[in-house]
Design a protein around this ligand. Sequence first.
Ligand SMILES: Nc1ncnc2c1ncn2[C@@H]1O[C@H](COP(=O)(O)OP(=O)(O)O)[C@@H](O)[C@H]1O
Ligand SMILES: [Mg+2]
Length: 238
Amino acid sequence: MSEPLLSVLDLSAGYGDVTVLWDVSLHVRQGEMVCIVGSNGAGKTTLLRTISGLVRSRRGSIRFDGRDLTNAAPDAVLSAGVAHVPEGRRLFKGLTVRDNLLLGAYLRRDREAVERDLDRMFELFPILRERAHQDATTMSGGEQQMCAIARGIMSRPKLLMIDELSLGLAPRLVERLSEALVEINREGLTILLVEQDVMAAFELASRAFVIETGRVAMAGATATLSDDPAVRQAYLGL
Ligand SMILES: Nc1ncnc2c1ncn2[C@@H]1O[C@H](COP(=O)(O)OP(=O)(O)O)[C@@H](O)[C@H]1O
Ligand SMILES: [Mg+2]
């Protein structure tokens, strides 16, 4: 089989003297939708931030699309094709929805294609077209999440990483977001999802990595994991 799009191998990382991730290995193949689940504080955000170049790794390696991205700068990771939708959305205050989306494309020079992609995002999330000239941070949490995801896609990534898709959002909005992710995944975009709602994550993703206190505790097909007694008890409340 060909090399996975993303390969994380024996990765350790942390903050100051504190190690948060211990020998984490995971991979994502082209076209997959994979999820990372685990309790609060397990290290999921730190893992995505390390892949993005926002946290330095201490050991191990990150390969993406045939290149070594271990400790590459955030801009280099984005240029290589990794978009990161951060926890808590982090849209730019004082900027319109449209300008937030265009910022996602700031490294691109293909202006006409950027306009076409903008249009595609407005088709995917019609509310963003209605709100195009509104300050993005004045929208509801769900609308801001749509904007943050669309901003990520505007960089034309090969891999879209989303940290906490559904946190704090109404079920109806989560459903809408999930449908959109399924659609863009079907169109070929590879997605790595961090999600606290394990049930929802397992429905969306085909494979999962369970992180416990900074280590990969379990990994496999979501269909298999959701039958695992330990997973059912600890994460599905069954
Ligand atoms: N900027 C930071 N400085 C120091 N410790 C941090 C920082 N961010 C996160 N941590 C610690 O790292 C651990 C993992 O946090 P995080 O990656 O945010 O977990 P998760 O996203 O799974 O909830 C926690 O113990 C947290 O307190
Ligand atoms: Mg987190």
